[in-house]
Design a protein around this ligand. Structure first.
Ligand SMILES: *Cc1c(COP(=O)(O)O)cnc(C)c1O
Length: 420
C-alpha cells in the first residue's frame, strides 16, 4: 500500500478517499483539482537521512512519498537525481550572491517532465492500464512516450501545431501514436480528455491527474536534500500549466515536514510577458480565460492553465513572487546560461534564469540572495528556438586569412565593449 491518506480538492477543500476520483466530483474537472496528502508520520519513520544514503540515485529514492504501492514503485535509476551546478559567473551576470542550476535537461528524455511521466506510467500499470495518453506542448509528450516505451505501454499523444521538430522527432522515435491537432493546445487538451474517457486510456494530463504532480515534487525533494546545509532563499521555476512549480514547492514542504530540512525557500514563478495568466491570478484570485498572447518559449505558452490554483498557492504560501519576462530576456538567458555555465537550456528553461534577472532588477529578489534556477528542459529539444537566441556562425571560405580577420574583429569589439 502507498501512504496516501486523502485527496483534497484545491477549490472547495473537501477530502476524498484515495483512488476514488481523479478530480473533485462537486467542483468538476475544470476547477476541482485534487491534491494528494500523505501520512507524513509514517513516512518520516523510514524516509530519513540515514536510509536515503543507501538508496538508488533517482527520484524513486523518495518512495514513501510517491503515490504508488510499494510493489509498483520501480527501483531503476535513469530519471531524477540530476546535477546541481553552482554557477558563480552566471550569478554575477544576474546580480545575485549565489546561483545554482538544477539541470533537469539531463533526464532520460531531456526534461523535468520525466519525473511526472514515470510516476504516471507506474501508476497506470498499477491500475492495470496498457494504453496511456496525454496532450502536451511537447515535453510532457516526449517524456511520456519515452516512459511508455521503456515500460512496454502504448502511448497516444495529442500535440498542437506549435510543437518544435526536436520534440516531435522524439515522439515518433519512441513509437507513440501522434495526433497533431489543427488547433490550439487547449483544443488538443480537450480532445485528449474526451478520448481517454471514451476509449478507456489512462490520462497523463498533469493538471487534472494529481498523481503527476507527485512526480514533479521530487525536483524539490532533491534540492532539499542536495542543499540541506546550504539553504537557498529562492527557487525559480518557469510556469505554464502550473504543475511544475506546485510540485517543486510541495516537495520542499514535505521534506521540511518529515524533518529532513528545517527550511523551505520562496518560490519565484516566471511567466512570459504576454502569457501570464497565473501571475495575474495571484492578484485577482481568479483566472482570466480570455488570454491570447504568445511567447516563443513553447513549453510555457499556455494561455489557459489548468493548475493555476496550485501554482498561485505555491507562491503565496512560500512568500514568493511572480515575475514576467519578455522573449528578448529569455533569448538573452539562453545565451548567458550557455556561455557562462555550459548548460544548454531550452527557451522555457532559460525563462527561469531570465526571471531571476528580472526579479533582481525589480527589487523582488535582493542582491544578497542565493537562488536556484530550475533548468526544466534541454536546449537540443528546440534547435530553431536556440538559433534564434544565439545567432549564426561565421561563414568563410577555407582560408586562414578569414580566420585572422574575424579574430581581429572580435578582439576590437571586445575592447570596445570593455570601454563602454
Ligand atoms: C512543462 C514545462 C514547464 C512548465 O511546467 P508547468 O507544469 O506547465 O507549469 C517549464 N519548462 C519546461 C521545459 C517544460 O517542459
Amino acid at each position: 500500500m502507498s501512504l496516501i491518506s486523502e485527496m483534497v480538492c484545491v477549490q472547495c477543500g473537501s477530502g476524498h478517499a484515495p483512488g476514488t476520483a481523479m478530480t473533485c466530483p462537486t467542483c468538476g474537472p475544470d476547477e476541482g483539482i485534487l491534491e494528494i496528502r500523505f501520512d507524513l508520520n509514517r513516512a518520516r519513520s523510514t524516509l530519513t537521512l540515514d536510509t536515503l544514503r543507501s538508496r538508488t540515485l533517482s527520484h524513486w529514492r523518495y518512495r514513501e512519498l510517491l503515490p504508488l504501492d510499494a510493489s509498483h514503485c520501480p527501483q531503476d535509476g535513469h530519471i531524477g537525481w540530476t546535477p546541481l551546478i553552482e554557477s558563480p559567473r552566471l550569478a554575477q551576470a544576474l546580480g545575485v550572491r549565489r546561483l545554482w542550476l538544477k539541470d533537469d535537461g539531463r533526464n532520460a528524455s531531456g526534461s523535468f517532465k520525466d519525473r511526472a511521466s514515470s510516476v504516471g506510467v507506474a501508476h497506470a500499470m498499477q491500475l492495470g492500464f496498457s494504453t496511456i495518453a496525454c496532450a502536451s506542448t511537447g515535453n510532457a509528450a516526449s517524456s511520456l512516450a519515452h516512459c511508455a516505451a521503456a515500460a512496454g505501454l502504448q502511448a497516444n499523444i495529442f500535440v498542437s501545431r506549435i510543437i518544435p521538430d526536436g520534440k516531435l522527432a522524439q515522439l515518433l522515435a519512441y513509437g507513440a501514436r501522434v495526433f497533431k491537432i489543427e488547433g490550439t493546445y487547449a483544443d488538443a487538451y480537450d480532445l485528449c480528455t474526451r478520448a481517454c474517457r471514451e476509449l478507456g486510456w489512462y490520462n497523463r494530463n498533469c493538471a487534472i491527474n494529481p498523481y503527476l504532480v507527485e512526480g514533479k515534487k521530487t525536483g524539490g525533494m532533491e534540492l532539499a536534500e542536495q542543499l540541506r546545509d546550504d539553504p537557498p532563499d529562492w527557487v525559480a521555476c518557469s510556469v505554464g500549466d502550473g504543475c511544475s512549480i506546485a510540485g517543486v514547492h510541495k516537495g520542499f514542504v514535505e521534506m521540511h515536514d518529515i524533518g529532513i530540512t528545517d527550511w523551505t525557500p520562496s518560490m519565484l514563478g516566471v511567466q512570459a510577458e504576454h502569457v501570464a495568466p497565473i501571475a495575474d491570478a495571484v492578484h485577482s484570485g481568479q483566472l482570466d480565460r480570455s488570454g491570447d498572447g504568445d511567447t516563443y518559449a513553447d513549453s510555457i505558452n499556455v494561455p489557459v492553465p489548468r493548475n493555476w490554483r496550485k501554482a498561485v498557492n505555491a507562491v503565496t504560501r512560500s512568500n514568493g513572487a511572480y515575475v514576467r519576462v519578455s522573449d528578448e530576456q529569455i533569448k538573452r538567458a539562453v545565451r548567458e546560461t550557455g556561455q557562462l555555465t555550459g548548460v544548454f537550456a531550452e527557451p522555457a528553461a532559460a525563462a527561469a534564469v531570465a526571471g531571476v534577472a528580472e526579479a533582481v532588477a525589480s527589487g523582488v529578489v535582493d542582491r544578497d540572495a542565493s537562488v536556484v534556477a530550475m533548468i526544466t528542459g534541454n536546449g537540443l529539444k528546440d534547435i530553431r528556438g536556440a538559433i534564434d537566441a544565439v545567432g549564426q556562425p561565421f561563414v568563410i571560405p577555407p582560408d586562414l586569412k578569414h580566420v585572422h580577420d574575424i579574430v581581429q574583429q572580435s578582439a576590437s569589439q571586445d575592447h570596445a565593449n570593455t570601454r563602454t
